[in-house]
Design a protein around this ligand. Structure first.
Ligand SMILES: [Zn+2]
Length: 447
């Protein structure tokens, strides 16, 4: 497999295909946000993008003996960025018949209790990372469980693939079973130790991870703010305004709060590198606070439909100027596939009376997600110097795609058909730092 011939120590390799990436948000810039080379070449040197442009112009400039991987007939896009999911919920995906609070009680807590066992955690983490790669996802923001062992396992699995992955230990010191509960001070100390061990190691990052406001005491939320203040550059991930019963519960527990989001604001947890999943039942003041503080929203359509939570308002988020990424939210979400998730995002937008264009959808799954993590200086498109994480999409993955795409006349039409009809079968290969970390027809291969 020539795709494996990339030498990460510094040699050059090139990949020939149709190349698509974005320089900004198509909702703001229109077609000027798109870069497209129908017969393109992506040149990678030392795991980073050296150049991307028309093949006819770049081929003659390559050093002699540069391997050129021929992906003609396929599309190369930046690797997908999944801004919200739970690796420890891999095995409870597709569990029947509950909305959020009952779903946590009935399925989630018992499953997460198993991650005190490092052997179990390592086995699930290994599967999870392969599943991300198999679906074209090269960067993810991931919940572990309350156990430090679970964090060790997911970081070790990501590190083995040189993946850019951010994760954290769940902080929750009330209203959950003892097997998944910590204490405010114990959780603070454990998080501090994990930050010291993992944050900034290779491509890994740490996220302070309160599960959600109703499962933390005020003391614990205070200590979350302290962890962020003491460790600049560390991320925060949590949930907000997902389900109406959850919101009513928050109002009871924090009677002084103006809104659910206001609880996090009160403890200084709205800031850059803070990502909140769902953000469904927010008002204009909430959205204004997120924009002003630089916090981001993770739009998780499959989860929001599956758990019957509600419809995310992408237009209001955009008009307020809030950063937005896409999250699969496995296991409340129903697929690891970003293509399946974009399809559902389109349908959620339809139900909200809005149109999610295919260009904006793929922007959100790549550069938009990177920007919501403040990583758009390193990943998200093919600017020279960025890390060469990319996905190779196969527009002929299924008989139906072949038929539909035969009728498509424009790139936009083809991208739309790929996100509506595509799934893991359409992921031909996934490259991490130039290396083929996943190849559909060759299974997993390593250089
Ligand atoms: Zn979640």
């Amino acid at each position: 497999m020539p795709a494996n011939s990339v030498d990460r120590a510094g040699n050059t390799a090139a990949f020939r295909a149709e190349i698509v990436d974005f320089v900004g948000d198509p909702a703001m810039l229109g077609d000027a946000a798109l870069r497209h080379h129908a017969d393109g070449l992506l040149v990678v040197r030392g795991g980073k993008v050296a150049n991307a442009g028309p093949a006819v112009a770049l081929l003659p400039t390559l050093p002699r003996d540069t391997p050129v991987v021929d992906y003609r007939g396929k599309l190369i896009l930046p690797g997908f960025v999944d801004t919200h999911l739970h690796y420890a919920q891999t095995d409870i995906i597709a569990s029947y018949g509950a909305q959020l609070l009952e779903w946590l009680e009935r399925y989630t807590f018992a499953e997460e209790a198993r991650f005190a066992d490092p052997i179990h955690a390592a086995e699930v983490a290994g599967f999870f990372v392969q599943e991300l790669l198999r679906n074209g996802t090269t960067t993810a923001l991931v919940f572990a469980t309350t156990h430090a062992t679970s964090v060790e396992a997911i970081f070790a699995a990501a590190e083995a693939e040189s993946m850019r992955l951010i994760a954290g230990k769940v902080l929750t010191d009330r209203h959950v079973p003892e097997a998944v509960r910590d204490t405010a001070d114990g959780g603070y100390e454990a998080s501090k130790a994990l930050i010291g061990r993992w944050h900034g190691r290779g491509r890994l990052g740490y996220a302070v991870t309160p599960r959600f406001a109703p499962a933390s005491t005020e003391r614990q939320l205070e200590l979350c703010g302290r962890l962020l203040d003491e460790h600049p550059g560390v991320f925060l991930q949590s949930h907000v305004a997902e389900n109406r019963n959850e919101i009513a519960w928050v109002a009871e527990l924090f009677p002084w709060s103006r809104s659910y989001l206001d609880v996090y604001d009160h403890y200084g947890l709205l800031r850059e590198r803070a990502v909140y999943a769902h953000c469904i039942h927010l008002d204009a003041t909430d959205r204004g606070r997120m924009a002003a503080t630089g916090a981001a929203m993770a739009f998780c359509p499959t989860s929001n439909l599956f758990l019957g939570s509600g419809l995310f308002d992408a237009q209001a988020a955009r008009e307020a100027g809030v950063r937005v990424g896409i999250g699969t939210d496995v296991g409340g979400g129903t697929s690891f596939s970003m293509l399946r998730t974009l399809d559902e995002a389109y349908k959620v937008s339809q139900l909200a009376g809005q149109k999610l264009s295919p260009l904006r959808a793929f922007y959100l799954a790549t550069l938009g997600g990177a920007a919501s993590l403040y990583l758009d200086d390193r990943i998200g498109n093919f600017d020279a110097g960025k890390e060469a994480d990319f996905v190779v999409l196969d527009p002929a993955a299924t008989p139906l795609l072949v038929r539909r795409l035969a009728r498509a006349e424009t790139l936009v039409e083809r991208l739309f058909a790929l996100m509506v009809l595509g799934d893991d079968r359409a992921i031909y290969a996934t490259h991490v730092l130039g290396r083929a970390a996943w190849a559909r027809d060759h299974h997993l291969s390593r250089s």
